[in-house]
Design a protein around this ligand. Sequence first.
Ligand code: SF4
Length: 308
Amino acid sequence: MRVVLAEPRGFCAGVERAIEIVERALRKYGPPIYVRHEIVHNRHVVEDLRTRGAVFVDELHEIPRGAMTIFSAHGVARRVEELAIERGLPVIDATCPLVAKVHNEGRRYAAHGREIVLIGHAGHAEVEGTIGQINGKVHLVQTAEDVAKLEVSDPERLAYITQTTLSVDDTRGIIAALRSRFPAIVGPDVRDICYATQNRQQAVRQLAKDVDIILVVGSRNSSNSNRLKEIGEELGRPSYLIDDASHLQPAWFAGIDAVGVTAGASAPETLVQGVLDGLRAFGDTQVCTLAGVAEDVRFRFPAQLSDA
Ligand code: SF4
């Protein structure tokens, strides 16, 4: 069996930074370090940090007063920032700078008197954080059909922003529906969708041309991993989202010549290598990697941790 690896795949700069923020905080301040929500959407990453002294909580009231607290890569609402101040929690913010950029955009549009349309998935941590960062009305739309149901105060004063980890194609369809119904709407086109999401989606498209089935390494609650699986399926390749090698099912590979493997932006490369080992256990395999975009994005660390 041929195994083809997508390139790029796995960790993005925002996820690497968020994980390293927790590691540096553990080194500098010692455990326990409290983290609001999963630092990134990957079960293995969260479990590993938990064994080293990170304590993951859903809400700030679970954190003892004065304890060192980290906000996850997905960002938080203003209300959460204010609550942390009220509770006297020293905070290190691991919000990805690309998510923070979308917050800034939304706040700027709102300050100019525009109502905001946020294209994103209801209930996702990033979407809740973004809505909560904007002082003013925010309408959430998930599909082009939702656009038809929108009720806005002034169609001449609208702006849209998007979640960073959406499907580029789906988002274009929703933006087209918005522009068709509200010709005066302004927004960043698909530029809010981050470089890592775009590159991994482009790579999975390439992969689909060359393989029979696609394995996406990532957790179920990882938005960008789910999009990779959906793109594989849209391109006619059976696609499976797996946490790790233990999820491999021999029946998937019956009569298959080539398997494509990629990983969401929150999935570590060690899990991908584990999947390759799992595939080798099924029989003779040759592994190759597709040529793809080389990424060199790096983000600065919060000032509190620059010396850790
Ligand atoms: S997927 Fe994009 S927005 Fe999300 S953490 Fe990674 S770089 Fe940041």
